[in-house]
Ligand binder design. Structure first.
Ligand SMILES: NC(=O)c1ccc[n+]([C@@H]2O[C@H](COP(=O)([O-])OP(=O)(O)OC[C@H]3O[C@@H](n4cnc5c(N)ncnc54)[C@H](OP(=O)(O)O)[C@@H]3O)[C@@H](O)[C@H]2O)c1
Length: 235
């Protein structure tokens, strides 16, 4: 169902596949203008040409952040929201992780979202109801297994970034939410056995949660949303 809302502009990182692609699809169907940042730009949803911009963005290339923001502002004239979705997984434990593995995952999962938010903050303030969403993880809420611990500490930091931005945004009406899914059926969960894949949270489920948060008025500030495909104690 297509729902109309005031056309607003959202940037989505890593929108070429997985959860990011579903977020882009959902927002376009809800009348958003969407600017997708991805490492290998390609023609996504040509039928939405006017409302869609696809731009090169690599979280490890700082200049690409400025270029993506500038192109978004040039095409749409405003930026109301960003969804920090791009992220990488690691199977390293904190006892094994090298400095370069630590740096790589923190660059992508934490540092780039922080820099991007700094660089586009003035647009979010001008929007008067700006929104930031960080796709964190349940790995930011609890530690599951040794091999998930390097990933977990990066997502704990991403969650801390969301809470920090939430406090910074309050005086200027910018709302910030961390969405914390457990396993989602994307390439990132490809090691999950096939018979279990269908039971996992679907990328579309996360996308619907994102659009709900983006469309709530700023009188409804949501700090975190945990989403799980199963029931764990507390999550
Ligand atoms: N799937 C899960 O179980 C799960 C659970 C909780 C949270 N999450 C989080 O959800 C987000 C999306 O993950 P997903 O499940 O959709 O995984 P995915 O299918 O592996 O997609 C990862 C996305 O991140 C992008 N990306 C990776 N490195 C990048 C970089 N250096 N610069 C720009 N983009 C980069 C990828 O782009 P390319 O196509 O160029 O590689 C891709 O679009 C991530 O932050 C992930 O940590 C996933």
């Amino acid at each position: 169902m297509t729902v109309t809302c005031n056309p607003k502009v959202a940037m989505v990182s890593g929108g070429g596949r997985g959860i990011g692609l579903e977020i882009v699809r959902e927002l376009l169907s809800r009348n958003w203008k969407v600017s997708v940042g991805m490492r290998t730009p390609r023609d996504l949803f040509p039928e939405h040409h006017e409302n869609l911009l696809v731009t090169y963005f690599d979280a490890t290339v700082e200049q690409s952040e400025e270029d993506w923001i500038a192109k978004t502002a040039e095409k749409f004239g405003q930026i109301d929201a960003i969804v920090h979705n791009a992220g990488v997984l690691s199977d390293r434990s904190v006892l094994e992780a090298s400095e370069s593995q630590f740096d790589e995952i923190f660059d992508i999962n934490v540092k780039s979202p922080m820099r991007l938010t700094q660089k586009l903050w003035r647009y979010l303030v001008d929007s008067e109801a700006g929104k930031v969403i960080i796709i964190a993880s349940l790995a930011a809420k609890r530690i599951r297994a040794p091999e998930a611990t390097l990933y977990s500490i990066s997502k704990f930091a991403a969650l801390g970034l969301a809470h920090s931005l939430r406090v910074c945004g309050d005086p200027v009406n910018v709302r910030v939410t961390a969405i914390c899914p457990g396993f989602v059926a994307t390439d990132m969960a490809s090691y999950v056995p096939l018979e279990k894949l269908k039971k996992l949270t679907q990328p579309e489920d996360v996308a619907k949660t994102v659009s709900m948060v983006l469309e709530l008025p700023s009188t409804a500030s949501i700090a975190e949303i945990p989403i799980n495909w199963t029931a764990e104690p507390q999550y």
